[in-house]
Design a protein around this ligand. Structure first.
Ligand code: PHE
Length: 453
């Protein structure tokens, strides 16, 4: 039986509140850590091109599909499918989303912990003039390879996330995002100017922007699709949950599009900082998960007041990661609160604690445990949940909206409280046919070729 939405769920303080919170969820390590790392493994420009196509043709339609499901039901992902398709298997799609949120949080919090470690190092003056590429690489390996700090930082980040989620949809987060997002944007623009003017920087720009079609492989397709979904927080119900708090009397299309474009813009900016810096420092473009952390100190080293920029950058990055981990934990917590009747307090604390257990092997797989490092545990988690989990989730959401609930319903809730969507027929067609076919084709390619990673 479907539960009723509780009256004290809360709503965003208007459209701006939603844009800030949803952009806070979308903008995070996905843009600044994962995007350059995936682009470096996917051959640079070709990956960026496929990513952009995926954002526009798949990401934006799926974003509106998720937001409209949330808006129509005002429930968590499982409850939402129960309300729209009672007595069917569809709620399992919400269940998969909850699981994916848990799986993503378990490796995401490890990387988020690194940002706190880096903030600490920046505050104690480790970055600034004279840091060489080798020293930077050594600092990174030292931090992530020591079991104590790696585990402590992960635990710290999960504890802070749980602390916020316990308090409900925190006004504080909206307020913090309002200040910190613009600061992050400003810092990135300054870093961009510095990076592209470094000697050899322009080679990085061309690596990042010039697609080499011969590098197009099924793996590039699936990683770029997964990256688009991951970066926009799609395929696991975060945007169903966030849409469920959207005020009914306000217009959604513009707000949703703003979130999507802001997310894409920050990713592109991050790429235009990292790749010029990487080429200028003569490093290997196959940077792996350490890419951003190793490359950026070489930029700070070449800037006046580099140490201060480092503090600003890692401070903003840690907050951007926090607004994302909050949305990941919120999905799982909302499920236990709404569907299982747990208290918010109990749900937030026990889910975060369980998540820490799953995070331990990820944290130890960066040098602390030889076996886990060799196995590549963290990368594998990233790919399983981030690429495959979200792609399958998004595919099922499209099929649900396209064939079970109906694109007309989706449009009704996208347009609720606002104007008609221009080209609504196109959006309906895309969500029904284009998105599911495209995602299914990419997944089929992977299965046929066996190039899973
Ligand atoms: N979009 C977030 C980021 O880019 C990560 C995330 C994925 C958050 C899925 C919620 C759901 O950092």
């Amino acid at each position: 039986m479907a539960t009723q939405p509780s009256s004290d769920r809360g709503v965003w303080s208007g459209k701006l509140g939603f844009v800030l919170a949803a952009a806070g969820s979308a903008i995070g390590l996905g843009n600044i850590w994962r995007f350059p790392y995936m682009a470096s493994e996917g051959g640079g420009g070709i990956f960026v091109l496929v990513y952009l196509i995926c954002v526009l043709a798949i990401g934006i339609p799926v974003l509106f599909a998720e937001l409209s499901i949330g808006r129509a039901t005002e429930r968590n992902p499982v409850g939402a499918f129960k309300a729209l398709a009672p007595g069917t298997l569809w709620p399992a799609v919400g269940g998969m989303g909850v699981l994916a949120g848990f799986g993503i949080l378990a490796f995401y919090s490890v990387i988020a912990g690194w940002t706190v470690g880096y903030l600490w190092m920046a505050l104690t003056g480790d970055f600034g003039p004279g840091v060489t590429a080798e020293q930077s690489a050594q600092m990174f390996t030292d931090l992530i390879g020591s079991p104590g700090p790696a585990l402590l930082l992960t635990a710290f980040f999960l504890a802070v996330t749980a602390g916020v989620v316990r308090g409900g949809i925190a006004q504080g987060i909206e307020r913090a995002a309002k200040v910190l997002m613009p600061v992050l944007l400003f810092v990135l623009i300054v870093l961009l100017v510095r990076a592209v003017t470094l000697p050899g920087g322009l080679d990085g720009v061309s690596y990042f922007l010039k697609p080499d079609l011969s590098e197009l492989t099924p793996t590039v397709l699936v990683t770029a699709l997964g990256q688009a979904l991951f970066s926009m927080s799609l395929g696991m119900g975060a945007m169903i949950t966030y849409g469920s708090y959207f005020p009914r009397d306000q217009s959604l299309p513009f707000a949703g599009t703003t979130v999507a474009l802001a997310d894409m813009g920050i990713a592109l900016l991050a790429g235009l900082v990292i790749f010029p810096a990487l080429f200028s420092a003569g490093m290997d473009p196959q940077g792996g998960p350490g890419l951003v952390f190793v490359v950026l100190p070489t930029v700070f080293a070449n800037m006046p007041a580099g140490g201060l920029w480092a503090v600003l950058f890692f401070g903003c990055l840690a907050i951007a990661a926090l607004t994302s981990t909050i949305s990941l934990l919120e999905v799982v917590v909302a499920y236990f609160v709404d569907e299982r009747g747990w208290s918010r307090n109990k749900a937030a604390i026990s889910v975060a604690a369980a998540c820490f257990l799953l995070a331990v092997p990820s944290a130890l797989s960066q040098g602390a445990s030889a076996w886990l490092t060799e196995f590549g545990w963290l990368d594998i988690q990233n790919i399983i949940w981030g690429n495959y989990g979200l792609s399958v989730g998004a595919l099922l959401i499209c099929l649900f909206v396209g064939f079970k609930w109906g694109p007309e319903k989706m449009l009704e809730y996208v347009e609720l409280g606002g104007n008609r969507v221009p080209g609504r027929g196109v959006l309906a067609f895309v969500i029904r046919y284009v998105c599911p076919l495209a995602i299914a084709t990419v997944l089929a390619f992977i299965i046929i070729t066996g190039q899973y990673f």
